[in-house]
Write a protein of this length. Sequence first.
Length: 254
Amino acid sequence: MNLDLEGKRALVTGGSRGIGLAIARTLLAEGAAVGICARGEEGLSKAAAELSSQGGTVFHRVVDVADPAALTEFVGATATALGGLDIVIANASASVSEGPDPWLDNFRADLMSLVTLLEAAAPHLERSAAAAVLAIASTSALEAGVLPTANSFGALKAAMLQHVSAQARALGPKGVRVNAISPGPVFFEGGVWDHIRAGVPALFEGAVAASALGKLAGADDIANAATFLVSPVAGHITGVNLVVDGGFTNRFDF
């Protein structure tokens, strides 16, 4: 299928590894130009070099998305470097934080970074003929108990979903689609579920057994769904939370 992404300009936060890197890689393969950010300079530089080897335009900058001024500046710099913005993907997250204040970490890095990103990107997106925003949430927003330490993560991801729904209504008349994806457990090297497999194998095997497909998602599974949702092919889809979990959650939307 031709997703009509040739020449589109995309911004992806948290683009140095895992889901974010897979999304950037897939968008580039479909002909889009991509701007990525992450907190770690070494990992970001490595990711940018890998993406650049695919061909196409790749812009990158070290940014902590919990810093509103830095994130706003990154949006403007990316729009300048790429000649505008058609696609914005909020992927960066504090994940399942075990720091001294996980609620504040997830509030700043997950929820408020999405708010800031939308506010900064909206003027650029409104000039696009195919504008799309995508937030990467989690099935932790839908069901409790998967990870014992995921309380703040799930709660703030749920707040993200409400904001996505509200912004789909607010920005729809301006031609901007806003959607979300809620992945279930996603396995990639160095990711949360990689560490769980090594440190808490019973929890890992339980998650695999809970999936209707009998396996965890890979980052590419989420990237493929994300690329479709932000493409013009999905041009009449907005205000949707697409669950990509291999049947991990026991639910069905009517």
